[in-house]
Design a protein around this ligand. Structure first.
Ligand SMILES: CC(=O)N[C@H]1[C@@H](OP(=O)(O)OP(=O)(O)OC[C@H]2O[C@@H](n3ccc(=O)[nH]c3=O)[C@H](O)[C@@H]2O)O[C@H](CO)[C@@H](O)[C@@H]1O[C@H](C)C(=O)N[C@@H](C)C(=O)N[C@H](CCC(=O)O)C(=O)O
Ligand SMILES: Nc1ncnc2c1ncn2[C@@H]1O[C@H](COP(=O)(O)OP(=O)(O)OP(=O)(O)O)[C@@H](O)[C@H]1O
Ligand SMILES: N[C@H](CCC[C@H](N)C(=O)O)C(=O)O
Ligand SMILES: [Mg+2]
Length: 491
């Protein structure tokens, strides 16, 4: 493919031309004919690798104007990540016909997975991309990050299209959005789930974090696309403003969805033993859905997923009835309120991925209606991540559980004992919170003390398969799966 054609499609001006064979953001992946993206990173400056990339055969380098490029075409852009994404998007073709993206602090993975399931049940060939990896009709492949780098992202999309996948829902994390890791594609709809504290090690404050997420509506969703907005969050109105400024159609979902506008209104929600009964209003009609999943948060995610499917439906459907029927057949999402075991006393043990204060509260509240005895919560907080969320997590766990056990969750480069201490500091004065060194010991202690009517919640790691210790070269991943450990301890 000619570089000049790609540049023209991306609205970039270049001097000279070349045949392009691929794209890379890591010089070690450059082959002859590659366009190299040289970005200033959090740990190193990609511009330092430009000579090595040219040596390896890069024909062009997208980099800031002040970077020095010799022996290849310099595509000089003040925001090289954005320019690189646009250029690369012209190269990776075809892409699936219907692409939607989900952002928000919590619920992205669940929502993209439920969107995929609903599409599939409605007869579409669908895939999802996010924290659980790439999930297609046939398999699930882990990518390591929620939003892979832009080259992996675009080539995954092309790979999916070639396999015949027509519908893709992907997770747009704030890191991914701020680093332009998932763009350049026609995105028919974007969804917002909620905003609460997380990642303030990376974003300066909540407003900057929110602004990073809003780029989804400001720039990534295609012109004329739809914003599917969960209405029951304090930031929902601000999201509407972003959508309105872009002229996007709004599809509102939630208790506060306005019956007069497009959307799904949650009229009533009643927890049942194994799920919840939902009464929904949509397009002048009412629908009853028996959702086979527990917890207000899972209802919210399922509704946003249904919203994405309805908002992108065409003349061939799927129609509302098909979508709501599919909701009633949703399968649980791996590691999200997953019932892992039942101990000898008959107490169920749930594994959940809550790793923010808001998520922990949502997981606890989801289980509360099902507890007749005590709710025993085991949790921790990740090392080398936002430290400010630790104390609020301790506070919430102690305030809303009967017994809270603080333990370890990916200590990474930090001392596990000091992470636990920071969590405990948030629950000062509470006498129902203790710490247990080592996650297996903590899970064992919780399961051992659970009696009939009690429920154990193991929060923070969900689907994760390892416990991470150390950072950089010293990083080690010890195999660890909450579900397996829970089963072993319950046996
Ligand atoms: C803070 C952060 O998000 N970092 C990500 C980011 O790194 P960076 O751009 O800062 O890269 P860097 O390591 O400083 O290197 C700068 C540039 O030099 C290049 N390089 C580097 C070394 C070399 O030898 N040659 C070379 O060319 C790199 O490819 C890069 O382009 O881009 C890299 C490539 O895409 C990511 O691997 C890396 O994720 C790190 C490992 C990470 O842990 N990220 C987490 C925090 C993250 O992004 N998580 C979110 C999930 C959040 C959520 O769901 O709540 C996610 O979306 O996955
Ligand atoms: N709509 C929601 N409201 C509040 N909490 C939620 C919601 N959805 C999920 N959660 C909580 O967040 C946890 C993670 O959910 P999920 O993996 O779907 O979110 P995510 O946004 O993809 O997270 P990550 O940022 O790690 O990628 C769940 O296990 C649950 O505890
Ligand atoms: N996407 C999140 C996952 C956190 C999961 C939790 N187990 C932890 O390690 O903190 C992050 O990278 O911050
Ligand atoms: Mg996720």
């Amino acid at each position: 493919m000619k570089l000049s054609n790609l540049a023209q499609k991306a609205g970039l001006s270049i001097n000279g031309d070349a045949d392009v064979t691929g794209f890379a953001i890591d010089n070690r992946k450059v082959a002859p004919g590659t366009v190299f993206g040289a970005f200033e990173g959090a740990t190193v400056n990609g511009e330092d690798f430009i000579p090595a990339a040219v040596q390896a055969g890069a024909v062009a380098v997208v980099a800031r104007p002040e970077a020095s490029v010799e022996g290849a075409i310099h595509i000089a852009e003040a925001n090289p990540r954005r320019a690189f994404a646009r250029l690369a998007a012209g190269f990776f073709k075809p892409v699936p016909a219907t692409i939607v993206a989900v952002t928000g602090t919590n619920g992205k993975t669940s929502t993209v997975e439920m969107t995929r399931q609903i599409w599939r049940m409605c007869g579409r060939s669908a895939a999802s991309i996010g924290t659980l990896g790439v999930t297609t009709p046939d398999e699930s492949v882990s990518t390591g990050l929620t939003t892979p780098d832009i080259v992996t992202f675009l080539s995954n999309m092309t790979g999916l299209a070639r396999e015949g996948v027509s519908h893709v829902a992907y997770e747009a994390s704030s890191h991914g959005l701020s680093q332009f890791r998932n763009e350049g594609l026609p995105v028919a709809a974007g969804a917002f789930t909620n905003l609460s504290r997380d990642h303030l090690d990376y974003h300066a404050d909540m407003d900057e974090y929110f602004a990073a997420k809003m780029r989804l509506f400001d720039e990534v969703v295609s012109e004329g696309g739809t914003a599917v907005i969960w209405t029951d969050d304090p930031r929902s109105d601000a999201v509407r403003n972003h959508a309105a400024a872009r002229g996007l159609r709004v599809f509102a979902v939630g208790e506060q969805a306005d019956a007069a506008e497009a959307g799904i209104r949650l009229l009533n929600r009643t927890p049942t033993e194994l799920g919840q009964d939902l009464l929904l209003g949509h397009d002048g009609a009412e629908y009853k859905v028996q959702l086979p999943l527990i917890g207000a948060y899972q209802a919210a995610n399922a509704l946003v997923a249904a919203g994405l499917v309805l908002a992108t439906a065409d003349k061939d459907g799927p129609d509302a009835k098909a979508v709501f029927d599919a909701m009633a057949r949703l399968q649980p999402v791996r590691g999200r309120l997953e019932r892992a075991a039942i101990n000898r006393a008959g107490a169920p043990v749930y594994v959940d991925y809550a790793h923010t204060p808001d998520a922990l509260e949502a997981a606890i509240f989801a289980l509360r209606p099902h507890v007749s005895g005590r709710l025993i919560t085991v949790f921790g907080a990740g090392g080398d991540r936002d430290t400010g969320k630790r104390a609020p997590m301790g506070d919430i766990a102690a305030a809303h559980s009967d017994v809270a056990i603080v333990t370890d969750d990916n200590p990474r480069g930090e001392d596990p004992a000091s992470i636990r201490a920071a969590i405990l500091a948030g629950a000062e004065g509470a006498d129902n919170i203790t710490e247990v060194d080592g996650r297996r010991a903590a899970i064992a202690a919780a399961i051992k003390q659970a009696g009939k009517g009690d429920i154990v919640l193991i929060a923070g790691k969900g689907h994760e398969q390892g416990q991470i210790y150390g950072r950089a070269e010293a990083m080690r991943v010890h195999p660890f799966d909450d579900v397996t450990v829970a089963r072993e301890c319950a046996a």
